[in-house]
Ligand binder design. Structure first.
Ligand code: HEC
Length: 270
């Protein structure tokens, strides 16, 4: 009988097929399509494992389909297991295989020291009352008092001064959250021009966020390292109301009103 040698040998054919399948599953699926302009995504390890199991079954079916091929396939395995001149190879395999399995198992179950994923609620429910500079303040139903007193143009000018002095480095001169320091923070400073921030909020909510900043966020707003400072010790109450007027005036948004808040709560889509 003509003994197959080298890569013609069924054993090495099987090995090559399995290596080829692995490379195809691992890289072929995610790397080749983009080369011809088709979108693709990385293949999860669990999927590669499933594909490999299928490939292994296929390869075993192939080598065992033919009696002589099956015999030839088993030869090298049998020879390593029993032949006297393969003692060194046999012993090293007997040591290496359990070590490999042990290592892989260890890697699977060993605890990782990565940071926990930070799930957060971007707009956690505000407290009902806050203490502002030692005085208790009811947030629910609270309106911006400057809307009904004094001259709007003066309030806006005051708000602009407060904004430029205190908020601009982070929230940006266009109020789009792109100030000079913005990229240094995670989460990045809020973009007031987007419809996801002050456009959705009542003025009392915005007041609370400015007064208490990142440190004042409740538990569901954490863990996150908000760089938003608490301004209550730096800005007077009316300075905060003025900067709020300025933020809505500049972005063109209208604050959410308490009636809307009420309806939304009753409609259940809160
Ligand atoms: C040191 C950088 C920094 C400065 C200065 C700063 N902020 Fe912020 N601000 C942030 C960051 C970061 C966030 C996003 C995280 C958060 O909501 O706490 C934020 C969020 C906010 C929010 C919440 C928006 C929302 O959708 O909930 C408001 C309102 C706000 N800032 C207003 C101001 C005002 C007004 C000033 C100036 C008086 C100011 N900020 C100054 C960093 C800053």
């Amino acid at each position: 009988m003509n003994e197959p040698r080298g890569v013609r040998h069924p054993f090495w054919q099987a090995v090559l097929l399995l290596i080829g399948s692995y490379l195809l599953f691992k890289f072929g699926i995610s790397v080749l399509p983009p080369l011809i302009g088709i979108e693709s995504a990385p293949v999860p390890a669990s999927v590669v494992l499933q594909f490999m199991a299928t490939a292994l079954v296929g390869v075993l079916l192939y080598v065992s389909a033919d009696e002589t091929r099956w015999k030839q396939f088993k030869e090298p395995i049998h020879s390593v297991a029993v032949d006297a001149d393969k003692k060194v190879l046999r012993t090293s395999m007997l040591i290496a295989l359990p070590l490999l399995v042990g290592f892989l198992t260890y890697r699977q179950v060993s605890a990782s020291v990565g940071a926990p994923p930070s799930l957060r609620s971007v707009h956690p429910a505000p407290p009902n009352r806050i203490t502002f500079r030692g005085e208790s303040m009811q947030l629910a139903g609270l309106e911006n008092p400057l809307r009904t007193t004094g001259e709007m143009s003066e309030h806006l000018a005051a708000g602009s001064t407060v904004y430029v002095r205190n908020c601009m480095p982070c929230h940006g001169d266009r109020l789009d959250g792109d100030g000079h320091f913005a990229q240094g923070f995670n989460p990045v400073p809020a973009d007031f021009t987007s419809n996801g921030t002050i456009a959705q909020l009542t003025e009392s909510y915005v007041f609370w966020r400015i007064a208490k900043g990142g440190p004042g966020l409740p538990k569901e707003g954490t863990p996150w390292n908000s760089a938003m400072p608490a301004w209550e010790d730096i800005l007077e109450e009316n300075e905060i109301w003025a900067v709020i007027l300025y933020m809505y005036d500049q972005t063109g948004w209208s604050p959410r009103t308490w009636e809307e808040e009420h309806e939304a709560a009753e409609g259940g889509d809160h």
